[in-house]
Design a protein around this ligand. Structure first.
Ligand SMILES: CC(C)(COP(=O)(O)OP(=O)(O)OC[C@H]1O[C@@H](n2cnc3c(N)ncnc32)[C@H](O)[C@@H]1OP(=O)(O)O)[C@@H](O)C(=O)NCCC(=O)NCCS
Length: 170
């Protein structure tokens, strides 16, 4: 039998986490967000909710979303390359989906690069489907974004799926 995955400690992101988050960001994305982008999200944007995933004191993952009434929008999810494929991305995504539900969202969306099959697979596992394409969305290489949605988050079909996935992590 496969060993259960190691569990991340998931905490609300604070300004003191930003340096560690920027390090992960630089390893994960071709056009990393600058410090100010995270600072604004944490201190100015009342709709934004960000989390870090830690192993001991080390920040190895993070993610964030906006919740606007019944709609949630995942803005970012990342796991440091040396700790990818350990189901930490899943744990972060579950935290984001739970946060969305707790704050009243029924629908959740995100954009993902057309070439990013790893992330697309993660989102599909959690019930997201592709609903449209935004051509040339990413300015660094003109790549298109797939727009993915999941919901109804409060419905029994989604809840059963989420609970089964959560159980598989315990
Ligand atoms: C996408 C990302 C967050 C996934 O995190 P992770 O911790 O490595 O993924 P997990 O171990 O939790 O995997 C969960 C599921 O994602 C999918 N997945 C993850 N990595 C994958 C890969 N390299 N290839 C194919 N599928 C993959 C699988 O469906 C997997 O489920 P399975 O193990 O049952 O097959 C991570 O690869 C990452 O940080 N990438 C760089 C940043 C990024 O692209 N973020 C998303 C922006 S939209």
């Amino acid at each position: 039998m496969k060993a259960p995955p190691r569990l991340l400690e998931i905490l609300p992101m604070k300004t003191e986490h930003i340096s560690a988050v920027l390090h992960v960001e630089s390893l994960c994305f071709p056009t990393p967000w600058p410090r100010n982008a995270f600072l604004n999200e944490l201190t100015e944007n009342k709709l934004a909710h960000y989390f870090v995933g830690r192993l001991g004191e080390e920040v190895v993952a993070y993610g964030g979303l906006w919740v606007i009434l019944e709609d949630a929008h995942i803005t970012t999810v990342a796991v440091v390359p040396e700790h990818q494929r350990k189901r930490f991305g899943e744990q972060l995504l579950i935290r984001l989906v739970d946060e969305a539900i707790e704050r009243g969202a029924r629908w959740i969306t995100l954009e993902v690069r057309e070439s990013n099959t790893a992330a697309q697979n993660l989102y599909k596992k959690y019930g997201f489907t592709v609903v449209s394409t935004r051509r040339g969305y990413y300015s660094d290489n003109d790549e298109s974004a797939l727009v993915m949605w999941a919901g109804n988050l409060k419905g029994s079909i989604y809840q059963n799926r989420l609970n089964a996935l959560k159980e598989s992590l315990c």
